[in-house]
Write a protein that binds this ligand. Structure first.
Ligand SMILES: [Zn+2]
Ligand SMILES: [Zn+2]
Length: 233
């Protein structure tokens, strides 16, 4: 650790809390109670085998019936609701990029290791300027440290698309069509890729990224998100 970082950490310590329930902890980390609750929900309530939405008792949820063959699935740790949703919204919209490490910790343990690269879902340049950081890139960076799988920031957004909140699946599909591209100077032929994003809602983003990567030569693609939002229990 360099001196400046050491000094910065002393002057601006991260809050020693659980980002989900906000209870005091020894350091910034998800607490044992919240972790146990997530595990309990995972074992008590069914999950869609494709998108990992909670509260799905058949193999696939309604929206995953036409799941593409090149997308192995999506890994999600939490249901997108309650305190879990709040923690992700804080991370994404409330200028708390420093939550990345504590949140990624929960996802890292669920990721298979037999993949070649982690690819964050890109933000458009304009959105990046507004927010100051890409939450998916921060997650991917933290996941790389924990899993040993390197990050390859090989995708870009070629169109600045409106926020998807409130849109249905068809609107999202239309909104994101042709929005992503693989950067021209990167070669991902034959690569097994994990696409990293914060939340899987209708899956349009992960699917569009997967399609783009597949067309560029990736052989196997898996989604990895903190939460999956479809299906309630
Ligand atoms: Zn907690
Ligand atoms: Zn599903």
């Amino acid at each position: 650790m360099n001196l400046l970082q050491w000094l910065y950490d002393i002057l601006f310590p991260l809050p020693a809390v659980c980002p989900v329930c906000m209870k005091r902890q020894k350091k910034l980390m998800v607490c044992d109670d919240c972790r146990a609750e997530a595990m309990r929900i995972r074992s008590m309530h069914g999950q869609c085998q494709c998108c990992h939405s909670f509260g799905v008792y058949s193999e696939h949820c309604h929206s995953c019936r036409d799941w593409p063959c090149y997308l192995s699935g999506n890994i999600a740790v939490w249901p997108y609701q309650g305190n879990w949703q709040q923690a992700i919204l804080d991370f994404k919209f409330h200028n708390m990029p420093w939550l990345a490490d504590a949140l990624a910790n929960e996802l890292a343990v669920m990721l298979p290791r037999e993949y070649d690269i982690l690819v964050p879902v890109p933000l458009h340049k304009k959105r990046l300027q507004e927010r100051g950081y890409n939450q998916s890139a921060l997650l991917a960076g933290a996941l790389a440290v924990k899993t040993g799988i390197p990050v390859k920031d090989c995708m870009c957004r070629v169109r600045n698309t409106p926020h998807q909140t409130g849109m249905n699946r068809e609107q999202r599909l239309h909104n994101l069509h042709g929005a992503f591209a693989v950067k021209s100077n990167t070669d991902i032929k034959g690569k097994r890729v994990i696409v990293v994003d914060d939340v899987f809602t209708t899956g349009t983003t992960i699917r569009q990224c997967a399609e783009t990567l597949y067309k560029a030569g990736a052989v196997e693609i898996l989604g990895a998100t903190l939460a999956s939002g479809r299906g309630h229990f």
